[in-house]
Design a protein around this ligand. Structure first.
Ligand code: TRP
Length: 433
């Protein structure tokens, strides 16, 4: 149970709240949602199982596990994991900073009265001193949890944070369903169907990025947790539970944010599709509800911050556990060294939103998907016997294992390869233009 909650804590994060709103509003509509769910089920689930097997069967940290399973030729994969985790956390902590700042703001001051006010306010918190401070404080909090260890820090945090988060989200969902334009919100952003979007490169890139980022597979974060897992737990069921919770939270969050956007006429802000959409639209919409709106804003940002911490700890565990495993360092020493390095690396994102956007597209998109592809090849083709033996040895029925292995060999790699090529081309084109 501790593992499932910790893994769900890693999966459920700003990706579900900020990322889903950000990417769903870039125009894919129902096609985006459909692709995202299909990729999660057919592509990410077998890879997530592979990642868990890699961690449990080797008992090693992400830097070393690929070598243990595949031989020395797989050493670069360990480094790819490390680079991606460090890169993602460097801007994720900045997003956490914005979230924390928005929470404090909702607690202490009235919400901005109009869009112009909200945009000016967002500019203020998303660059300069405020952003740097929020980034550093968030990293320090994350470091404190990880330094306490997986059991005493990470599992203890997720045990109370996850149920609380779920309750708050459920409350918001019910509240949003009674907003005047709730239906229109669901319709415009989530259900609007345009089949041509299915082959639109931007939609495909967004769907792959959202699937891998939201589940959090492809860089060894779950691998690091699974290294502590005992030999009896049924990995496929646990992976399905994590994926189910994560997708449910993502869709629920969409059903909170989009009715707000539609009800308060904020469509233009959101489809301007800056990374700040959520941080601008939500407080503005809620402002018109007076005191009740402020309460909702406080609950929402508190929820988001909690979700973000339980995700950030999994990202930090990747480099930290690798230093511990590889160099024999003490946990606090490894953790605080990583925090210091990530703090410096995140400064450009804290100072400039467009750097953050590019870091996200590169580390949270392309490198993450590449890591997922390599993981599928490692366990599907290089070490399939390890996959089969670990799962069957812990009591999974052979037919289920066979089906998962089939997907890992024949569905995940070609699908991810297509997603990766489309993403790289789309990204190169959007950066060039
Ligand atoms: N899944 C988290 C979110 O949705 C972020 C996250 C945690 C992550 N661990 C990860 C993303 C590993 C990629 C890889 O916010």
């Amino acid at each position: 149970m501790g593992f499932v909650l910790a893994a769900a804590g890693s999966a459920v994060g700003l990706g579900n709240l900020w990322g889903f709103a950000y990417r769903a509003s870039q125009g894919g509509g129902g096609a985006f949602v459909l692709l995202y769910v299909l990729i999660v089920l057919a592509v990410c689930l077998p890879v997530l199982v592979a990642e868990m097997v890699l961690g449990r069967s080797t008992g090693h940290a992400p830097l070393i596990a690929p070598v243990t399973a595949g031989g020395r030729g797989w050493r670069p994969l360990g480094w790819l994991f490390l680079a991606s985790a460090v890169g993602i956390l460097s801007y994720y902590a900045v997003l956490m900073g914005w979230t924390g700042r928005s929470l404090l703001h909702a607690l202490m001051d009235p919400l901005p009265a109009d869009i112009a006010g909200a945009e000016a306010y967002f500019k203020g918190i998303s660059s300069g001193g405020d952003a740097v401070l929020g980034h550093l404080v968030s990293l320090a909090l994350t470091g404190a949890v990880v330094a306490a260890g997986v059991r005493a820090g990470i599992e203890r945090l997720t045990r109370w944070a996850m149920p609380l988060l779920f309750l708050m989200l459920l409350g918001l969902l019910i509240w949003a369903a009674f907003l005047p334009a709730a239906r229109e919100g669901y319709g415009t952003f989530l259900l609007r169907w345009d089949a041509s979007k299915l082959s639109d490169p931007a939609t495909i890139r967004n769907a792959f990025t959202q699937a891998f980022f939201s589940i959090g597979t492809g860089i060894g974060a779950i691998l690091a947790y699974a290294a502590y897992l005992d030999r009896h737990s049924g990995i496929p069921g646990e992976a399905a539970a994590v994926v189910g919770m994560d997708t449910a939270v993502g869709l629920m969050a969409g059903c909170v944010t989009f009715p707000v956007v539609a009800s308060f006429g904020l469509g233009d802000v959101v489809s301007g599709s800056t990374v700040g959409a959520l941080f601008i639209a939500l407080p503005t919409g809620l402002a018109s509800l007076g005191a009740a709106g402020r309460v909702v804003a406080v609950v929402f940002f508190l929820l988001a911050y909690l979700a973000a911490i339980t995700s950030a700890v999994s990202l930090l565990e990747v480099p930290a556990s690798s230093l511990i495993d590889r160099l024999g360092w003490s946990r606090p020493r490894a953790v605080w060294l990583c925090v210091a390095a990530i703090a410096v690396l995140g400064l450009p994102s804290a100072l400039n939103v467009s750097v953050l956007e590019r870091m996200d597209a590169l580390f949270g998109g392309v490198l993450l998907i590449a890591g997922g592809l390599a993981m599928a090849l490692l366990l599907g083709w290089r070490a399939p016997r390890r996959y089969r033996a670990d799962l069957e040895g812990s009591g999974s029925p052979p037919q289920l294992v066979g089906a998962l292995l089939f997907a890992l060999r024949w569905v995940s790699p070609p699908a991810i390869a297509v997603g990766l090529v489309v993403s790289v081309i789309d990204l190169a084109r959007s950066w060039a233009g």
